[in-house]
Write a protein that binds this ligand. Sequence first.
Ligand code: F6R
Length: 251
Amino acid sequence: MRIICVDNYEQMSKKAANIVASQIILKPNSVLGLATGSTPLGMYKQLIKTYEAGHIDFQEVTTFNLDEYYGLSRDNKQSYYYYMYENFFKHTNIDMRKVNIPNGMAKDINEECCEYEKKIRKSGGIDLQVLGIGRNGHIGFNEPDIKFEATTHMVKLDEQTIKDNSRFFKSIDEVPTSAISMGIKTIMQSRKIILLASGEEKADAVNGAVNGKITPELPASVLQLHPDVTFIVDKEAASKLDLEKIKKDYC
Ligand code: F6R
């Protein structure tokens, strides 16, 4: 595990965007795993700038998003499909046929999940997975007490997650209570992982993921077992980490 500690959100976003950009430069047909939420918005903005400056090309890139709310259609403004299109895809030359996001309106959820897994495998697997982290340590929508062996599946959202995500909705009652999410096994099969965290409210989860015991109670702790994972954290998110110890152990 590598830990990159930066001063603020902007630096976190730039570092993350540079890593994604290098991935695409080195392998133009990369398969990227992408996240939504507040945290990666700055990274997407930076990537758009890098694209506009002519340094990267998305034409051959394939993407798989981590998750989608159950019951929201693509054109629903709260859906992750809408988020990805508005905040990122429409500003790039990505081929939308190479964009994959679970279908929150699928009639047969099991089939949708199996097909998603098959598509990931058929694409050659995820080269670089971008993650955020929930206050409760979730990654994707893998909430505490998830099974580590889970692949893409339907999840019930934690009360904490529903509360946290209600800021994007008119009222908490509008927040879907379930979602389709890549599982921990799917995430762990990615060749490289970067996890972004910003803000004091993520400090406990980050510390648990880095220093805590590996337990489904804190899903992100499983990342300690991944051979190529980098945490990019700002000062506040790193505030519970012992940075001297980390320098010795991880740098
Ligand atoms: C989103 C996702 C979630 C978020 C997490 C943090 O696709 O998979 O795990 O990364 O809930 O959300 P923010 O960034 O809004 O704090």
